[in-house]
Design a protein around this ligand. Sequence first.
Ligand code: MIC
Ligand code: SF4
Length: 641
Amino acid sequence: MKKSLTYKILKNHLLEGDLIVGNEIKIKIDQTLTQDSTGTMVYLQLDAMDIEKRQTELSVAYIDHNTIQSGFENADDHEFIKSAALKYDIIYSKPGNGICHQLHLERFSKPGKTLIGSDSHTPTSGGMGMLAIGAGGLDVAVGIGKGFYYLKVPKVMNVKLSGLLNPWVSAKDVILYILGELTVKGGVGYVIEYTGEGVKSLSLTDRATITNMGAELGATTSIFPSDELTEDFLIRQGRKEDYTELKADEDAIYDKTIEIDLSKLEPMVALPHSPDNIDSVKNNKMKIDQVAIGSCTNSSYTDLMRVAAILKGKKVHPDVSLVISPGSSNILKMLANTGALSDMISAGARILESACGPCIGMGQAPKTNAVSVRTFNRNFKGRCGTTNAGVYLVSPETAAISAITGYLTDPRDIGNPIDILLPDQFEYNDNYFLYSKGENKETELIMGPNIKPFPLGTELENSIVKKVVLKVKDNITTDDIMPSNAKLLPFRSNIPKLSEDCFATQCDDFKQRTILNNGGIVIGGDNYGQGSSREHAALVPLYLGIKAVIVKSFARIHKANLINAGILPLEFISENDYLQLEENDELELIDVRNSLINSHFIEILNKTKGKIIKVKFEGSDRDVDTLLMGGTINYLKKVQK
Ligand code: MIC
Ligand code: SF4
């Protein structure tokens, strides 16, 4: 059978199971990456697994999220991760080196390999023909310690590109356009595979911008073929030997195909508060207050050189604050060497360190009611640190010109296009990386006082009686469940402290509700748990005694995180049942253990309303065993014995 590139890589890595859509398979993992805001949990869990040796070809621990260090907490987390990296022979990337996905693309991604990362934008490496998947921390710990990952065989969607992008229309506009067409749910259950003549006109970092935001489509991952442009990028990175040509078979079979003529696209913008709320820039002329350029989506050398060229000789508008965070120290160095940094500073830009920064609300919260224009990938309400601000997602070109004019501006107004030539050799500086050279089992893990033990699930009870403590609508994000900002990020290793802000965007007393009711059940709509991979959105509810989450449908990573934590993820069969259930209804989940084992359907008695409904659990037998035992750590302990 003619195969997609996705299936070729899956086949090469298959350890167990059949490659049939929907089946659970076990695949070999070649590489892992972690970042610091999810990394402490990963290494605490890895340590709890008591492994002999790291099982991957390469694992990297990046420090890029929590870099403000307003107290000892972040610095302690960094120290802990550094000690774990040394212990388990993992490359450690010091703060200041750059954003994990950009650095991974520059230094470690390899066509044809598998990567899992404890960050939802891990698919960035799909721009280099890797099968790169975002996962919860515990799954990444298992990847490091055991060398495998379980996943449901995805469907494959072919996005066939033709034509050429017009001047001033960029890769960001392509993915924003796709988000407008498919929505934040459109990629769920799919790997998105890019093919067609149009691929050849997109540079490697353009491709990475597109695969990066496949996360916003809810896709398992996104992937481009590996071709002469991939080779060219690797040569300029001094990594020619890492190149392999890879593509789908001619006439490969896909589950769905959409065609896009690149020449028809124009500069796009995602309006508040969802990345799929798309319109063209020209329809949205408005006064702006802040421009933020950077993030793992748009902080490559080419992106920032183009920004510098637009800013050269100009002045940032008096009413605008322009901040720029380069994707990596290598890029920052090249901006300095070429004089581009000087052009940015001369125009009045504020230069931040190479890190996630404002993308995760680590500083640069805009003013009250601000219009903030960002080159990032998420514009969820409140994520920027100001709840009444509106965040508009655009390309670096649109952001740079808007910073000068002071209003959202179509970059086609600039005039002649700007060509950016790549240097023969990209800078690469090893001084921010620490290599541990083999396992050092004797290494003591350094745990500061803010690092608290993570909660463990307990064996599933056969009858669960709990109140509905919260009912939420469709597309609830993990930023809603467990918000992240400069005030909360220092506590990613402290679940009790984080629990005070659980569901803060939905109600201001969630913790109190769980205390009064001795835990509870949460009801949700479609695509529940979209967005970040943070397992804190499962661990904190576990800590607060949430036993089940019943929704219309789940986002992939969050559902896996709930199972890993030992919280029942259940789905409504009838839309009407969602409408009938209300907060404070008392529910009895009947004969849960037997129902899970025998049929995957569970009966629920709504004791308040005197009605019975049926819900389903969709998952593998392994998932059922995991839930029965109270989560993955308990499962691994039992299965290992
Ligand atoms: C994000 O972009 O939301 C993050 C912060 O990178 C998260 C990880 C986290 O919550 O720590 C992600 O995308 O997985
Ligand atoms: Fe960092 Fe933002 Fe990328 Fe998440 S989306 S990894 S916070 S830059």
